[in-house]
Design a protein around this ligand. Structure first.
Ligand SMILES: *Cc1c(COP(=O)(O)O)cnc(C)c1O
Length: 403
């Protein structure tokens, strides 16, 4: 398995983009293939029992649920970029949440969560975890002192996203982590909206970072994936319990390869996502039909200083509301010509959706469907892609002018 070992030239001090392209891979050890091979195999073959014993002793490199060389390269590169000791990748962001929570939490434990989370994470905390005797306690972490008001002897961890889905608002990682650590809690941050190119929560006191690789990190809207990053001890626990026998939600080597390819342009893409999003946020903020804009890299944003402290630049994610509210949001989306109506985010295509419309439609099949706490029915979420800035501005402006 030496094929994908770290190469000698992979020295510290190399920049983020260089590591995103080269870390952990040496063509000389891989038949001189420039691009890492995709190891499509479910199991590994050995010459003798002693050799098989040796692979088993390495932590079980016998079967593709415990090891795959292509996936191991992805994990090593992700850990390097995040500044983490170790990483484990899984079949989706939700698989990562399940693996973390079902590996590290037990019956009777409480997980403190920010009151606004990705909608399916909210469903997992409200309907999934309680079935296993784990209670999620929502609180508004925009004021980190609120953490203290919900602490009990059963509190085991605090979980939040920053930037937050779907608003794009930011939470103060350092302030929350400081309070959580004093109380002996594990701090888990979902950094999907920023990616390690813009924000590395471990440097600000987090213990574990979760990413949906489906979004910016892969960046091309062609797969699902998830990752958990942190100390070797924590990640190994999750790999050995959550992945191996609780969820079994392994990422396919094909997906690992596509994610490795996407990651090579991550810093370049984030740069462009952020600069176009800022131009769009400024246009929206000045437009008479727009009631409010939430983009933390606008100087007018209430938490601009927190965003600048923990992120190197803005992302492509923003939210806004129109003066015409719910009905205007629907007309506005219908009148867009270039921008694509779709959920998901972080892709090269600019994607837009209106959560309140989706919730209304879902009520027909799921009577308990409702908007996230704190999400108003005028909120429009925009994931700014990589098209020409002028074309995106023109499309938004023509639709605003027809309201
Ligand atoms: C999409 C998303 C997830 C879930 O990831 P999947 O890959 O879709 O399972 C989790 N957190 C955030 C913030 C997300 O945007």
């Amino acid at each position: 398995m030496a094929a994908l070992e770290q190469k000698a030239s992979d020295e510290p001090g190399l920049g983020f983009s260089t590591r995103a392209i080269h870390h952990g891979y040496d063509p000389a050890l891989n038949a001189r293939a420039l691009s890492p091979p995709i190891h499509m195999t479910s199991t590994f073959a050995f010459d003798g029992v002693a050799e098989m014993d040796a692979a088993a002793a390495l932590g079980g490199r016998l079967y593709a649920r415990e090891y795959n060389p292509t996936t191991a390269l992805l994990e090593s590169r992700l850990a390097n970029l995040e500044g983490a000791e170790d990483a484990v990748v899984l079949a989706s962001g939700m698989a990562a949440f399940a693996a973390f929570s079902l590996s590290l939490l037990s019956q009777g434990d409480e997980l403190i969560v920010h009151r606004m989370l990705y909608s399916n994470t909210t469903t997992m905390t409200e309907q999934g975890l309680p079935r296993f005797g784990i209670n999620a306690v929502p609180v508004d972490l925009r004021n980190p002192a609120n953490l203290d008001t919900v602490l009990t002897p059963r509190s085991k961890g605090v979980y939040f996203e920053t930037p937050v889905n779907p608003t794009g608002d930011v939470l103060d990682i350092e302030a929350i982590a400081h309070r959580a650590r004093q109380a002996g809690l594990l701090v888990i941050v979902d950094g999907t909206f920023a990616s390690p190119a813009l924000q590395r929560p471990l440097q600000h006191g987090a213990d574990i970072v979760l990413h949906s690789l489906t979004k910016y990190i892969s960046g091309h809207g062609d797969l699902l994936g998830g990752a958990l990053l942190g100390t070797h001890g924590l990640i190994e626990k999750i790999r050995d319990r959550g992945l191996r026998y609780i969820t079994g939600a392994v990422l396919s080597p094909m997906a690992s390869s596509l994610i490795l390819r996407g990651m090579k342009t991550l810093p370049l893409r984030m740069d462009r996502h952020g600069s176009t999003a800022l131009a769009i946020a400024r246009m929206l903020e000045a437009h008479p039909a727009v009631a409010w804009v939430n983009y933390p890299f606008l100087a007018s944003h209430a938490r601009h200083s927190i965003a600048k402290r923990q992120m190197s630049a803005g992302t492509g994610m923003l939210s806004f509301g129109l003066r015409g509210g719910f009905e205007a949001a629907r007309r506005f989306l219908d009148n867009l010509k270039l921008i694509t109506l779709a959920v998901s985010l972080g892709d090269v295509e600019t994607l837009i959706f209106h959560p309140a419309s989706l919730v209304r439609a879902r009520l027909a099949v799921r009577p308990e469907a409702r908007l996230q706490r704190g999400v108003e029915d005028d909120l429009i979420r925009l994931s700014v892609g990589l098209e020409d800035q002028a074309d995106l501005l023109r499309d938004l402006e023509q639709s605003l002018s027809r309201l």
